[in-house]
Design a protein around this ligand. Structure first.
Ligand code: APR
Length: 250
């Protein structure tokens, strides 16, 4: 199960057609806290009180306290080495897509062009009533008690998927397509406990893809479907793989 970056590089060279499936762990090194575990956001904010759509619709002022904090952290963040490595893999023609649960937009900033935002994006605002959208900018952070829709006066929310909301249909269809046609699924920095997202690596595995996982600790995927596990930080592991692929510095 435990493997080496050299072995993963050999596999990528042999098969190509990599699809990455990422979670909050890949952005921890960009200064954005994960959701679970010691420093996790959900340790500070109960997700059923602050991240469920019914809480947002009934208590927008309260929920915006957390959204403002997340927004500030995300707008300050820059791609980590691991984000950039996925950009380099795409540039080298080895990676076809990134399916991410993250809402920070860092994959696109790192150069990936086929990014599927399974849980939406915190870099966009949307009106829950009339679906009008707009950018989430620094200015939004200082609008008190929260930004409202200029068209219908409803409290605006970041265009992210709250608990109790469905996954965007287009994102789900694209993710299924990529997961069922890849040769290698590279899972980076996710606890694999939130569905339906966590079913994506299982879909790839059912179609015969090789499963490579990078995480500082094992997850439910590790014992169930992972062929190659690299224990440790995402950027260090990805840098070693790029090195063995001869792509360091791309
Ligand atoms: N490198 C690699 N993995 C890391 C690192 C790191 N530097 N730091 C943390 N991790 C791992 C943790 O061990 C954990 O398995 O990243 C994972 C983060 O897990 P979560 O916080 O649960 O985040 P995620 O899996 O993305 O959550 C899924 O849950 O709350 C919802 O909508 C939210 O998209 C999110 C979903």
């Amino acid at each position: 199960m435990e493997t080496s970056p050299k072995e993963v590089a050999r596999l990528i060279k042999e098969k190509g057609q990599v699809v990455a499936f990422t979670g909050a762990g890949i952005s921890v090194e960009s200064g954005i806290p994960a959701f679970r575990g010691g420093q996790g956001l959900w340790e500070k904010y109960d997700p059923m009180e602050y991240a469920h759509i019914s809480s947002f619709l009934t208590e927008p002022e309260k929920v915006w306290c957390m959204l403002r904090e997340m927004g500030e952290t995300i707008l300050k963040a820059a791609p980590s080495g691991a984000h950039k490595a996925l950009g380099a893999l795409e540039k080298a023609g080895l990676l076809s897509a990134v399916i991410t649960q993250n809402v920070d937009g860092l994959h696109q900033m790192a150069g990936n062009t086929n990014v599927i935002e399974y849980h939406g994006s915190h870099r966009r605002l949307i009106c829950p009533t009339c679906s009008k959208t707009g950018p989430f900018t620094d200015e939004v952070l200082s609008v008190m008690p929260f930004p409202v829709c200029e068209r219908c006066g409803t409290a605006l929310k970041p265009d992210v998927v709250f608990f109790g909301e469905g996954i965007p249909v287009a994102a789900m269809a694209r993710a299924d397509q990529e997961a069922t046609s890849c040769k290698i699924m590279l899972i980076i920095g996710t606890s694999g406990v939130v569905y339906p997202a966590a079913d994506i690596p299982f879909m790839a595995s059912r179609m015969g893809a090789k499963i490579v996982e990078i995480n500082v600790s094992p997850t439910p995927f590790t014992s169930a479907i992972t062929h190659h596990f690299l224990g440790g930080g995402a950027s260090e592991a990805m840098a070693a793989i790029l090195d063995d692929l001869g792509l360091a510095g791309v």
